[in-house]
Design a binder for this molecule. Structure first.
Ligand code: ZN
Ligand code: ZN
Length: 413
């Protein structure tokens, strides 16, 4: 095990290049990251060039610039976003270049801002990235999302630690859940991806027509379309490159049928959305569509999320993972979806990935929707799993089989 922070950071960069992106010789790489991530970005760029990359291009984001805009920019300007950014991402995607997103933000950054403006700007950003999101949904490129600490985020997670220690503590947690504290991180990842694939294969062979969830505050049936494909850990780009889109990743996921979701579901973790938090919320569905919702905090942000477009009233992802996942075991609330979604079974409002349906990658959006796939410019995971959750799979004959009991897998492999 490496003893210094620098060594572990090197290993983090290694797994990003090798496991996350699986960057190929000659491939260009686009990185989008917060300015605070510069030390990691430089390491990743160096390793990318060592792996044979022709060009590494970096776009830096800055929470403080975002905040300045909310404080001082004209109120009628929030439906505008950097047009060049959407075009640049799309062009890079079409060229087959790899994409790394380093995600980190203060989850309370915009908590005092007008929710209407927050919603407008988020919609502008999503519209701008729409073509790129479709490339991602079709697995056109190898891409990956990872995290780094930033001050506001670390403060939210560890308010009781002295400020100087918070980011170090968050680094430790990230290294832990990304398996960098294990003897041989690359081997550990290989094993982990195989374990996830075994669960995925079991579920794929079952061909359940629906999943039934029950837990305190949750009584939900989620239909699964014919031809749904469970996916996990490593997936393969259209160019034939296996890659791991999220580090960490603990989930096995597929798409729900956009018109066959009924009942009520209650979130078990806060949802960080558009640099604000939505907490203690539940959603009620009829024939796939949200018909009512409530939230103890952030209800207007939740409303803005749901009304992004027609598709954001419906579900696009169903993901299963045991309550005993390492991230859940850490006992930490991350207030960052990349981490929290890997601590609990979850659903996503909005776009379904076309690669979660047989033949989906080649389908037109119309055909994908006819097959039950959901279309939206948004895709937002929210966590519903807990140690009290039972999930049953519905077989072709209508009979039920246990999939999860009390938050744990109910089948052996
Ligand atoms: Zn997910
Ligand atoms: Zn998702």
């Amino acid at each position: 095990m490496p003893d210094s922070f620098e060594q572990t950071l090197q290993q983090y960069a290694d797994i990003i290049i090798q496991v996350g992106l699986n960057l190929q010789p000659g491939q260009c790489l686009v990185i989008q990251a917060p300015v605070e991530a510069a030390p990691l970005v430089r390491l990743v760029a160096a390793k990318a060039y060592q792996a044979g990359s022709r060009l590494v291009d970096v776009i830096y984001d800055d929470d403080q610039l975002t905040l300045a805009r909310y404080q001082f920019a004209p109120r009628d300007s929030f439906n505008e976003d950097r047009v060049w950014l959407g075009q640049m991402l799309e062009e890079n995607g079409r060229a087959g270049n790899a994409y790394l997103r380093i995600k980190a933000e203060d989850p309370d950054l915009l908590k005092d801002q007008d929710p209407e403006l927050v919603g407008q700007y988020r919609r502008a950003q999503l519209s701008n990235r729409k073509s790129f999101s479709h490339l991602i949904s079709r697995n056109s490129i190898n891409w990956c999302v990872v995290g780094v600490p930033v001050a506001g985020w670390a403060a939210k997670m560890f308010p009781n630690l002295p400020p100087a220690e918070r980011e170090t503590r968050l680094w430790q947690s990230i290294f832990e859940v990304c398996r960098l504290r294990q003897e041989d991180p690359l081997k550990a990842w290989e094993r982990h991806i195989q374990d996830l694939a075994a669960r995925r294969d079991y579920l794929n062979q079952k061909r359940y027509s629906a999943l039934k969830y029950s837990a305190p505050g949750t009584d939900l049936t989620v239909g699964l379309p014919d031809g749904h494909l469970w996916r996990s850990g490593s997936i393969v780009s259209q160019g034939g490159i296996p890659f791991t889109p999220n580090l960490p990743t603990e989930e096995v996921f597929t798409l729900p049928h956009k018109d066959r979701v009924d009942g009520v579901v209650t979130a078990t973790r806060p949802l960080s959305y558009a640099s604000t938090l939505i907490e203690d919320f539940s959603l009620t569905f009829e024939a796939g569509r949200v018909v009512s919702f409530k939230a103890a905090r952030g209800e207007s942000i939740l409303h803005n999320l749901i009304k992004t477009d027609e598709g954001s009233h419906r579900l696009g992802e169903v993901a299963l993972l045991p309550h005993s996942s390492p991230i859940s075991q850490s006992g930490l609330m991350f207030y960052n979806t990349l981490f929290d979604e890997n601590a609990a079974s979850h659903l996503a409002m909005g776009m379904a990935y076309q690669f979660t349906l047989q033949g989906g990658e080649e389908m037109s959006m119309e055909d994908f929707q006819i097959a039950g796939g959901n279309n939206s410019i948004n895709h937002v995971d929210f966590m519903i799993g807990s140690a009290q959750m039972d999930i049953d799979g519905m077989c072709a004959d209508g009979g039920l089989e246990p999939v999860m009991r009390q938050g744990e897998w109910a089948f052996d492999l």
